[in-house]
Design a protein around this ligand. Sequence first.
Ligand code: 5GP
Length: 235
Amino acid sequence: MEIKEQLYEGKAKKVFATDDPDLCVVSYKDDATAFNGKKKGTIVGKGVVNNRMSNFMFKMLEENGIHTHYVEELNDRDTVVKKVEIVPLEVIVRNRAAGSFSKKYGVPEGSDLASPILEFDYKSDPLDDPLVNNYHILALGLATQEEIDTIASMALKIDQLMIDFFKKCNVELVDFKLEFGRFHGEIVLADEISPDTCRFWDLDTHEKLDKDRFRRDMGGVEEAYAEMMKRIGLA
Ligand code: 5GP
């Protein structure tokens, strides 16, 4: 397989075409942004952590029946993935109150939730990713009802698999964001699963081991990413 021209540069990744029309290569950067790009910085080594951790998680999910875009890890930063059409939704699952949920609904961070929350945001930087419901998604033509149903059931299954996996690493999965893509008519899990896209808290101390350390200027950002690599057995 030959790597060709750059197709896209996002906030945390670059995407390159290949000579196979069904495949592309994602390259993970150390660039970090928060608050829709208003805060910018670098987290040294983040690209390597996110690439390797994401691939590890996607392989675990595949073994448990979740279809993903993952094809092959080329090196520490670059991975071959299926060339999907991204469904323009950020699919968020919350197991404990935190972040924008705590702020919006006035629930103190760390509060228990009676049941998990599945949330859809319309992926749009100019609009700041507004919350959308099933009706909005259909009316705006973002996905079909069948796709919404598939995405919802996959997201909740992924939640359970990830809760169980991270518990064994002494980590609580507080919440996370997923993105899905269309590949030859099938919905597959795409994008990444990493400390950029999940809230990870130490199960005992509740220490934050994710991008909130960058978002909230808490320090120890690189250390938290490195700690997560250790916890999952990749370092
Ligand atoms: P919140 O809505 O509380 O800010 O985020 C909920 C969860 O989804 C967090 O784990 C957060 O990392 C993830 N998340 C939500 N929106 C984004 C986004 O635009 N980019 C990234 N990397 N993660 C997001």
